[in-house]
Design a protein around this ligand. Structure first.
Ligand code: HEM
Length: 549
C-alpha cells in the first residue's frame, strides 16, 4: 500500500521544491492566470500570435510573471536589457528548455539549432563562413532566377484563369508558391557545384515545378502540423514533458504517434537520402579541385577535419542540411507572405514601392538589376525592415536559466509590494519567454506609433531610444547573441530580390478571404484564414498583371 504513495509523494515534493525555489519571483506583477491546469498557455498558443504579449507589454512594461501549467511561475520578457543579458552576455548559461530541444531534434536532427555549449560553438564555427555578405552576393543570381521563374508561373496561372474574362488577374493562395520558391533556393545551396554564377541558369529548380515532388510534399505545412495548437488536453500533455528527465523525454518524443509525426519521419527519410547524395557529389567535386566557400564544401571539409574543435560527424553534416532546409525556407516564405499582405492592405505603400522600382529600372535603361541596385532602393529597404519589425516570424523564444542569475532591466518595474526595481534575481530552472514581437513594438523604443505599420520611420533621422540589442537593425526578428540567425544579411537580399520582381510584374489587392487572414502561433508564426485553419498556411490575394508602362 505504502509503495503506491511513494511516486505521488516524490512528485509532490519536487513540485513544492520548484515552487519554493521560485519565491523570489512572487513579487513581480503579471496577468491573472486563466486556469491552474494550463496557466497562460492558451493565451500564448491559441490566440493570434503575440496578441496577449502586446497587451502584457502595455499593462506591465518589459517584464511580467506569467503562469505555466500547474501554477509554476515563468518570466515573460520584452525588456531589451534583460533579453540582451540572456541571449548575449549569458547565452550558454541559459539553454533552450529540454522539451523544446527535443522538438527541434524531431524537425532538424542534431544540427546547430539543437546543440548547446561547446558543441554549438563547433557547429557554428563550421558553418558561419558560408553565410557572409560576399557569399550572399554570390547567391544573387539564384535569388533572381527563382524570382523570374515564380513570375512566369503566376503569369501562366493568371492568363489561364477562365473565371477572369480579361485574364488579367487571379485569386490565389500565394503562400505555398512562396514556400516552394524559397525551398528551391535552399535546395540549390546543397545540390549545386560552385561557382554559382555560372550554374544558376542551368539548374533545374524542382520545387516550383513540382508540387508533387516528395521533398516538397514532406515540407507542406510542416511546422503548422508539427506544432500547431491542439486541444487543451494535448497542450497539457505536451507541457508535462518539461518535467521529464531527458533519458525518458528523448525516446518518448521520438516515438510519439500521429499524422504530424509520420510527416516528420517521412521528411527525415527523404532529406537524409538526398543529403547523402549531395555529400557524395561534393566530396567528388572536392577531389577534382572544385571547392569553394559554399556550405556543402565547408560541411564536407569539416567532416574530414583532424581538429576535434571543428570536426563534424556524417550524421551532424546531414543534420545541418536538414536544419538549413527547414530554417531557410519556412521563415523566409512566411515573411514574404506577410510583406505581400501589408502591401495589399496599404495600397499607397505598394504604389510608392512600384514607383521606386520603375524609376530605378528607367535609370538602368531597363537592364537587369544587380545586388548593388537592390541595395540602393531606399524605400524597398524601409518596407522590408518595417515588415520584419511588425511581423517577426519567430515571435518569441524560450530559454531556461541553468544557474541563479540577476537580470538587469532597461525600464525599472514596480513590484507588487510597491518597490521600484532595476534588476530581478532569478533562480536556476526559471523559464524565460523572450518576446521578440513585443520588443519590436515597444513604444519606448520605436515611438508612440509603434503599433502602426509605417515604413517611412526607417527613412527618418530619429535617434532611437533603448540599448543596442545586437540584432539586425536593432530589431530582434533574427534573434541576438551567439545563437542569432546564421544568415540575417544574406536572406534579406533574397526577400528583396523576390519582392522587386513580384512588384514589377503584379499588383496585389484584397479578396474577401484576405480580410480573414490571421497570424497563427506555431513554432514559427504562419498566416492562416480564420475558420479554415485545418487547410493550413494561406495568404489569399487577388494578383493582377501590373500595367505595362
Ligand atoms: C526571414 C527570415 C528568417 C528569420 C526571421 C529568422 C529568424 C531566426 C531567429 C530568431 C533565430 C534565433 C532562434 C533562437 O535564438 O532560438 C534563428 C536561428 C537560426 N536561423 Fe534563421 N531566420 C530566417 C531565415 C533563415 C534562413 C534563410 C536560414 C538558412 C539558410 C536560417 C538559419 C538559421 C539557423 C541555422 C539558426 C540557428 C542558429 C544557432 O542556433 O546558432 N534562418 N533564425
Amino acid at each position: 500500500m505504502y509503495k503506491f504513495c511513494i511516486l505521488p509523494a516524490v512528485l509532490l515534493s519536487l513540485y513544492l521544491y520548484r515552487r519554493w525555489r521560485q519565491r523570489s519571483l512572487s513579487d513581480i506583477p503579471g496577468p491573472k492566470s486563466p486556469s491552474f491546469l494550463l496557466g497562460h498557455l492558451g493565451d500564448l498558443l491559441r490566440k493570434n500570435a503575440a496578441e496577449a504579449e502586446f497587451l502584457w507589454q502595455e499593462q506591465f512594461g518589459g517584464v511580467a510573471r506569467i503562469k505555466a501549467p500547474f501554477g509554476e511561475d515563468q518570466l515573460w520578457i520584452s525588456d531589451p536589457k534583460a533579453i540582451h543579458h540572456v541571449l548575449q552576455t549569458s547565452c550558454y548559461k541559459h539553454p533552450r528548455p529540454a522539451d523544446r530541444r527535443e522538438f527541434s531534434r524531431l524537425v532538424c536532427d542534431d544540427g546547430v539549432l539543437t546543440m548547446e555549449g561547446d558543441a554549438h560553438k563547433r557547429h557554428r564555427k563550421a558553418m558561419q563562413p558560408a553565410f557572409g555578405m560576399t557569399e550572399a552576393r554570390e547567391l544573387y543570381p539564384v535569388f533572381q532566377e527563382v524570382a523570374v521563374q515564380l513570375v512566369a508561373k503566376w503569369k501562366e496561372l493568371i492568363t489561364s484563369d477562365e473565371s477572369d474574362m480579361e485574364q488579367s488577374s487571379s485569386d490565389m493562395n500565394v503562400a505555398p508558391w512562396l514556400s516552394r520558391a524559397t525551398l528551391d533556393v535552399s535546395v540549390f545551396l546543397f545540390s549545386c557545384a560552385m561557382p554559382l554564377v555560372t550554374t544558376a541558369f542551368d539548374y533545374d529548380f524542382k520545387a516550383l515545378d513540382g508540387p508533387n515532388d516528395p521533398l516538397v510534399r514532406s515540407y507542406e505545412n510542416f511546422l503548422k502540423n508539427a506544432s500547431g495548437t491542439g486541444s487543451s488536453i494535448e497542450l497539457l500533455i505536451q507541457s508535462c514533458f518539461q518535467y521529464l528527465p531527458e533519458c525518458i523525454l528523448a525516446p518518448l518524443v521520438a516515438n510519439m504517434p500521429g499524422e504530424a509525426m509520420s510527416q516528420m519521419r517521412e521528411n527525415q527519410k527523404i532529406v537524409h537520402g538526398l543529403a547523402r547524395g549531395w555529400i557524395a557529389d561534393k566530396a567528388h567535386a572536392l577531389e577534382v579541385g572544385k571547392g569553394h566557400r559554399d556550405i556543402m564544401t565547408l560541411l564536407v571539409k569539416a567532416n574530414s577535419s583532424q581538429d576535434p574543435k571543428t570536426r563534424l560527424s556524417e550524421y551532424e553534416m546531414i543534420s545541418q542540411i536538414r536544419t538549413i532546409l527547414l530554417a531557410g525556407h519556412e521563415t523566409t516564405s512566411n515573411s514574404m507572405s506577410f510583406i505581400l499582405w501589408e502591401l495589399t492592405k496599404h495600397q499607397d505603400v505598394q504604389a510608392c514601392l512600384r514607383r521606386e522600382i520603375e524609376s530605378a529600372r528607367a535609370a538602368n535603361d531597363g537592364a537587369p538589376f544587380t545586388a548593388e541596385d537592390i541595395d540602393s532602393m531606399q524605400y524597398l529597404q524601409a518596407v522590408v525592415k518595417e515588415v520584419f519589425r511588425f511581423h517577426a516570424p519567430v515571435y518569441h523564444i524560450m530559454r531556461r536559466s541553468g544557474e541563479d542569475d540577476v537580470l538587469p532591466l532597461f525600464e525599472p518595474i514596480k513590484t507588487k509590494s510597491g518597490t521600484l526595481i532595476t534588476d530581478i534575481p532569478v533562480p536556476e530552472g526559471t523559464t524565460f519567454v523572450l518576446s521578440f514581437a513585443a520588443y519590436n513594438r515597444n513604444k519606448k523604443i520605436w515611438g508612440n506609433d509603434a503599433d502602426v505599420f509605417r515604413p517611412e520611420r526607417w527613412l527618418e533621422e530619429n535617434e532611437r531610444a533603448g540599448p543596442n540589442v545586437g540584432g539586425y537593425c536593432n530589431l530582434l526578428t533574427f534573434g541576438a547573441g551567439p545563437r542569432r540567425c546564421i544568415v540575417s544579411q544574406h536572406y534579406v537580399l533574397e526577400l528583396q530580390t523576390l519582392l522587386v520582381e513580384l512588384i514589377s510584374n503584379f499588383e496585389f489587392s484584397m479578396t474577401e478571404q484576405t480580410e480573414q487572414v490571421r497570424r497563427m502561433p506555431c513554432a514559427v508564426m504562419v498566416p492562416v484564414v480564420t475558420g479554415e485553419e485545418a487547410k493550413g498556411v494561406q495568404m489569399p490575394l487577388k494578383v493582377s498583371l501590373a500595367p505595362v508602362n
